[in-house]
Structures are given as structure tokens and as C-alpha cells.
Design a protein around this ligand. Structure first.
Ligand code: FAD
Length: 396
């Protein structure tokens, strides 16, 4: 990268000095100069009213190259022939972005015998489906999937590429971004478009969830981001829609460093937390791991799934897959029981879309009561057994 002050245009107004967050611009010997603190962010160039700053970035697409990228794409994650539930949420959001930009919405479907999933992708909004069907792609593989998807992207050049923040998505997205030489924003919670510049405004929690950061990718394409499942809204399906299907010829790499030998199904809880209608969630207020028995009992009575705060996951009381919140799962149940959970902002980030939040906490000032619809001030060890009793009687 290089930055140059065009002294014939510079009026030494000093706006660039004020705008620079890195103290990288000085006025020395009556001349504006850039020092070694510069990270080429471009805020000085944007602020300069005289066009007196020029930045050249290595490997960066110029504005006219960027305009060659068109369309919004969604990675259609599937496992064993079943489409990931987050894909329809991505299609809903992708459709909204595509409409704003006046372009088509496409899905990329990779796997083996995946043809039957095209119907659902069309119904949920895809105008076009790029499909790569090969026995070697039957199970997800980082190297093969990233090579195949990047190959298609390089040929068809979408401007936006959306991936769900699932374990597959979180593994695939950074590999792809690095291969394509573009940026990636992880775990977005909202997206918007700046119509004039066609930039994707990617918003995600930052600094431990204490503020929301809006991130742009101005100089590279595609603009890539991962999105937490259950954050975006799916649209209603229209089974009369028919997407155009394209089966590009791709070269699947021969040798790979890792391959799937066997798949052992998780014998843990049957319902995925992200899809559960009722969740009973435990926090440090449960006091000790053996008290989680009553959480499991209540969940059993209600047919609910069990979740928890990071505090008890970190303490080893519960598996990480049960963690709810900013660095865990985002949930949208009909009823969420928060038992002995304080309601830290990072936990709330994962539960605010719940229809009914029932909180039990001994501290009447606990922040969880600010978001709960029903709050019970008391000891979980007394309230939960009373709940179990009532629900067993068919009451409540
Ligand atoms: P505590 O905050 O210790 O709260 C325990 C609560 O139980 C208290 O309110 C107390 O009044 C109550 N209590 C105590 N005894 C009883 C009793 N007998 N009966 C009833 N109530 C009782 N946290 C998450 O949950 N999910 C995340 O994804 C997450 N991500 C994070 C990411 C970052 C970057 C950071 C910095 C933090 C993150 N955290 C996350 C941690 C978060 O800040 C909190 O520390 C955590 O949520 C606290 O868990 P807790 O509510 O179980 O524990």
C-alpha cells in the first residue's frame, strides 16, 4: 500500500489531521506529511475536499472493477440432504438486499444428490441455484467446499455472499474470504444497503456486546458476512416459484489434507436449541452442578430443551452447545425460562427474540427482570420444584 499527499492540490486546511484516528498526519515545515502510523484506512482521503490525497492499495479492486460484481448469493448449507434451517432465513434477508439493489438472488448448493433441495430454495426466494453435485462432496469438507464455491464466485462475481454462522459456515467463510482476498464480517445481527455506493452495512456486536459496530468492505468484492441463525426472518414459501438451475463445471481438487471417515450422531439432546419452542436455561444462580437435575426435570415435564449461561458452560456444568448468548446460540422460543441468570448484555443478545421470558432470580434488581415478561423474585431451589409440581398436575 502507498499514500501520497498531492501538494499542488493541498491547501493545508488540516481536516485530514483532525479526521485521522491514528495520529498519522502532521503539518511539518508548512507541509502535510504522512508518518508511519498510517494504516491506509482512507478516512483522510474521504474527508479531503480538494482531492489532495491518493492511496494505492495492493491487490485492491478499483471502483470500475467493483461494479462488475452483481447479485446477492447465499450459501445453501445442507447435511445429509437436509437444508440447514438458517438457509431460509438467509434467503429472506438476501431477497430484501437483492430487491434494494435491483439484482437477482442466487443460492449455491454443494453436495451429493442435492437436486431435490432446489425446490425449497426456489420457494424461499432464490431466482437462480448454482448446483455442484458430486459423490466426493457428499460430506462437508473445508478444502473441497471452499475450492468449489470460490471457483464459482470467481466466474460469476456476486457482490454480496451470505453464510450462516453454523459450525460449517464459521469454518467455510474465513477460508473463502482469504482465498478470494476479500473481507469478512462474522456474526452479523443486521444488514443494510447504502444504495448509492452499493455497500453492505454489516452490523455486529463489538467490545463484549457493549456497542454495535457497522462494518463496510469498500474496496473488495464480494462483501462477505456470516449471520447468526434465528436472527433474520424467513419469508413464507411460494412453491409455484421456479429458480433457474445452473450446474457449472468445476474442478474438484484431487488430494485433500483431511477427509471424513465416519459420522457419529450426537446422542445428546434431540431438539436443536435454535429451533426449540420451550427452553429451560440455567445460570450461576443454580449454585452447584447437581442442582441442574431440577432444570432437566422441569425441561422433561415441559418437553423443553436445556440451555445455559456462559458462566456455567465455562465452569464445565454444561456443554458449550447449550450456551446461549453472544458467543453461543441465538434462540427464539415461545417460552424461555431464565433460572438464576443475571441477564448480562451478552446473554440477552441471544434471547431477546423469545416470545415470553420467565425469569427466576433472588435479586429483585437483576437486569434479567428488565427484559422478562414474567419475573419471580426468589430462590430457584424452591421455585423450580414448585413449577415441576404444578406442571405435573397439569396446572400453570
Ligand atoms: P451471574 O452473572 O453470576 O448471575 C447469577 C445470577 O443468579 C445473579 O443474578 C444472582 O442474583 C442469581 N442467583 C444467585 N443465587 C440464586 C438463587 N439461589 N436463586 C435465584 N437466583 C440466584 N454470557 C452468556 O450467557 N452467553 C454468552 O454467549 C456470553 N458471551 C460473552 C462474550 C463476551 C465477549 C464476554 C465478555 C462475556 C460473555 N458472556 C456471555 C458472559 C456474561 O458477561 C456473564 O458473565 C454471564 O452471562 C453471567 O452468567 P450468569 O447470569 O449465569 O451468572
Amino acid at each position: 500500500n502507498s499514500i501520497r499527499i498531492l501538494h499542488d492540490k493541498c491547501t493545508k486546511c488540516g481536516i485530514c489531521i483532525k479526521k485521522c484516528l491514528y495520529n498519522a498526519i502532521d503539518l511539518t515545515d508548512n507541509k502535510i506529511e504522512v508518518n508511519g502510523n498510517c494504516n491506509y484506512c482512507g478516512s483522510c482521503r474521504e474527508a479531503c475536499r480538494h482531492g489532495a490525497i491518493s492511496i494505492e492499495r495492493a491487490g485492491v479492486l478499483q471502483a470500475n472493477d467493483i461494479t462488475a460484481f452483481k447479485g446477492v448469493w447465499v450459501f445453501a448449507e445442507q447435511k445429509s440432504g437436509v437444508l440447514g434451517s438458517a438457509v431460509i432465513e438467509l434467503l429472506g434477508e438476501g431477497g430484501r438486499l437483492a430487491e434494494a439493489l435491483g439484482v437477482e438472488l442466487s443460492a449455491v448448493l454443494v453436495g451429493h444428490n442435492v437436486g431435490p433441495m432446489v425446490e425449497a430454495l426456489s420457494a424461499y426466494g432464490a431466482d437462480r441455484v448454482y448446483i455442484v453435485d458430486n459423490p466426493r462432496l457428499e460430506n462437508y469438507n473445508d478444502e473441497l467446499y471452499s475450492a468449489v464455491v470460490c471457483d464459482i464466485i470467481s466466474r460469476y462475481m456476486p457482490e454480496i455472499f451470505l453464510i450462516a454462522s453454523t459450525s460449517i459456515g464459521c469454518s467455510l467463510a474465513p477460508r473463502m474470504a482469504s482465498r478470494l482476498g476479500t473481507g469478512l464480517t462474522a456474526d452479523c445481527v443486521s444488514l443494510d444497503i447504502d444504495i448509492e455506493s452499493r455497500r453492505l452495512i454489516q452490523t455486529r456486536p463489538a467490545f463484549g456486546g457493549n456497542l454495535m459496530a457497522s462494518i463496510i468492505c469498500p474496496y473488495h468484492r464480494p462483501q462477505m458476512c456470516t449471520i447468526k441463525p434465528r436472527v433474520m426472518k424467513a419469508v413464507s414459501p411460494d412453491y409455484l416459484r421456479r429458480a433457474e438451475v445452473i450446474a457449472p463445471r468445476v474442478v474438484i481438487p484431487g488430494a485433500v489434507n483431511a477427509s471424513v471417515i465416519d459420522i457419529i450422531k450426537d446422542a445428546g439432546q434431540r431438539v436443536n436449541l435454535s429451533e426449540a419452542d420451550i427452553i429451560v436455561s440455567a445460570g450461576r444462580g443454580m449454585e452447584e452442578p447437581r442442582n441442574l437435575e431440577m432444570i432437566y426435570e422441569l425441561a422433561g415435564v415441559l418437553g423443553a430443551s436445556v440451555g445455559g449461561s456462559r458462566a456455567i458452560v465455562d465452569a464445565g456444568w454444561l456443554d458449550y452447545r447449550c450456551q446461549i448468548g453472544q458467543t453461543g446460540k441465538t434462540v427464539r422460543p415461545k417460552v424461555y425460562f431464565a433460572c438464576g441468570i443475571s441477564g448480562a448484555i451478552q446473554h440477552l443478545a441471544g434471547i431477546t427474540a423469545s416470545k415470553l421470558i420467565v425469569a427466576i432470580n433472588s435479586d429483585p434488581d437483576a437486569p434479567i427482570f428488565k427484559v422478562s415478561h414474567l419475573g419471580i423474585v426468589g430462590d430457584v431451589k424452591k421455585i423450580i420444584p414448585a413449577f415441576i409440581n404444578e406442571f405435573n398436575k397439569g396446572g400453570g
